[in-house]
Design a protein around this ligand. Structure first.
Ligand code: BDR
Ligand code: CA
Length: 309
């Protein structure tokens, strides 16, 4: 039985790899790709999603979502992903654009059409998802689950306390984390275990395919920032962890815990506060990723991206 998913993303290097992994995997039925502002502005994240579709040559619909957060001012990550949001490889001109329907309406329509069956996979700011929940609350009990990349159970990356996707729109994140939908969260504490070091990048290049080369060039650009900024030997492929979990959950060690979002402005703005030791007595609202078998993750990525010929 395939799992119906909607990938809600802001490509972004690692979003692009998540999208390619999902579209290569027959266990997943990708109902559509919805796009949100985030790493760069919406017009660019949208174009990048269309570029990735062009590179892999798969027939999937792409929908434009929201171009700004609910309350706070927009932040973006050109410093990490470059001006286009997908710097590194040559980006082909997309032959096909997005659908006319708004992403939020698409999410609502699909979830109501398949009650209990749709998994949302957000790998960017949670604004599209939160707006869909507010516009049509009936999607909340109708969703199968949300498997997202965002937050951290240790330190942040966009502030000492907060991870980028959650800090982009803490209010939207709060709507999602308080929704009651079964949540699976992959934060930086997990994704940082997946650096794309040169020997791993070489495995994509060795595929000797257009997608393998595209991926290698994406990862080389992405790596450079992490070498300079953090002194690491490779960039984590954060967003692909969420898709990998759907395909091979046995690669992951998870923990059920209560996670709340700090929406008060200040040092901890946008922090995902995980009650690891259950000091609040609150019931867990999420399964959080703790550890990943990184070699198994790369084996999966290389095998799946190798399916594009
Ligand atoms: C997250 O922020 C973005 O830059 C990446 O695409 C990923 O979704 C990591 O903090
Ligand atoms: Ca992302």
């Amino acid at each position: 039985m395939t799992e119906k998913i909607i990938l809600d993303c802001d490509p972004g290097h690692d979003d692009a790899i998540a999208m390619m992994l999902a579209l290569a995997s027959s266990e997943l039925e990708v109902l559509g790709v919805t796009v949100v502002y985030g790493n760069v502005s919406l017009d660019r994240t949208l174009r990048n999603a269309c570029v990735v579709r062009e590179v892999v040559g798969r027939d999937v619909e792409i929908y434009a979502g929201v171009d700004r957060p609910l309350v706070r001012e927009r932040v973006s990550a050109e410093a990490v992903h470059g001006a286009s949001g997908l710097e590194g490889p040559h980006l082909p001109t997309p032959s096909r654009g997005p659908e006319a329907k708004h992403a939020v309406h698409f999410i609502i329509e699909q979830v109501l059409a398949h009650p209990g069956e749709v998994t949302l996979v957000p790998t960017g700011s949670l604004t599209n998802v939160a707006l869909a929940m507010r516009l049509e609350p009936r999607i909340v009990p109708a969703l199968r689950r949300i498997v997202l990349m965002g937050g951290s159970l240790d330190t942040g990356n966009w502030s000492p306390a907060a991870e980028f996707n959650i800090l982009c729109d803490p209010h939207a994140a709060r709507v999602v984390f308080e929704s009651g939908v079964p949540l699976v969260m992959f934060g930086l504490n997990l994704t940082h275990q997946t650096p794309a070091v040169p020997s791993r990048i070489a495995r994509f290049r060795a595929l000797n395919t257009q997608v393998g080369e595209f991926t290698a060039q994406l990862l080389e650009f992405f790596r450079q920032h992490h070498v300079e900024r953090y002194g690491w030997d490779g960039a984590p492929i954060h967003d692909a962890c969420a898709i990998a979990y759907l395909l091979k959950p046995e690669l992951f060690t998870m923990q059920a815990l209560n996670v709340e979002i700090e929406t008060n402005e200040g040092l901890n703005y946008g922090r995902t506060v995980g009650d690891v030791w259950r000091v609040t007595g609150k019931a867990p609202n999420c399964e959080a990723g703790i550890r990943i078998d990184a070699d198994g993750f790369y084996d999966l990525l290389v095998e799946r991206l190798g399916r594009y010929r």
